[in-house]
Design a protein around this ligand. Structure first.
Ligand code: ZN
Length: 158
């Protein structure tokens, strides 16, 4: 993970904070092309759209399916504040997107949620590579652990 990766991850954390301000869960993601161009970004919209599947990772996979030529998808990198859930990992794999870089892992979120007394996710926190074996994955980013953990703590206090 290099400085460019961290810059994109910091934007994901900003989007996660925007989601929290809007009453949604604090998650944000950015899709970047092979040449470094930011193609699209999104944030969690579960509460505001009354749809628990409105995770930014699956929304960006669907954006790519609609807008990105098949031959460009494998060269992309999907940055995200939190590791993909199995639903989003599967969408990423089906659409054929490339590397994933996340700030905090599903295991970290599960641990933090348990510490805060929040209910466990209804979906198993399977690591991305258990769902999409062939994909390159990097994370967590120790530099961003405390800020992401702080967002989870704030979401618990709503
Ligand atoms: Zn998801």
């Amino acid at each position: 993970m290099n400085e460019i990766d961290l810059r994109h991850l910091r934007r994901c954390v900003e989007l996660a904070a925007e989601a929290l301000e809007a009453g949604d869960d604090p998650f944000g993601s950015v899709l970047v092309a092979a040449d470094g161009t930011v193609l699209a970004e999104d944030r969690n919209r579960e509460t505001s759209e009354s749809d628990p599947t409105r995770h930014p990772e699956i929304d960006l996979a669907k954006w790519a399916a609609a807008n990105l030529p098949v031959e460009e998808r494998a060269g992309t990198t999907l940055y995200t504040s939190g590791e993909h859930c199995p639903m989003c990992s599967a969408a990423h794999g089906w659409v054929g997107l490339g590397r994933i870089v996340y700030a905090a892992s599903s295991a970290q979120f599960a641990e933090w949620r348990a510490e805060l007394g929040l209910p466990a996710s209804p979906v198993s926190p399977l690591p991305i590579r258990q769902v999409v074996p062939g994909i390159a994955v990097e994370g967590p980013a120790a530099e961003l652990e405390e800020v992401v953990r702080g967002l989870v703590r704030r979401s618990a206090g709503r």
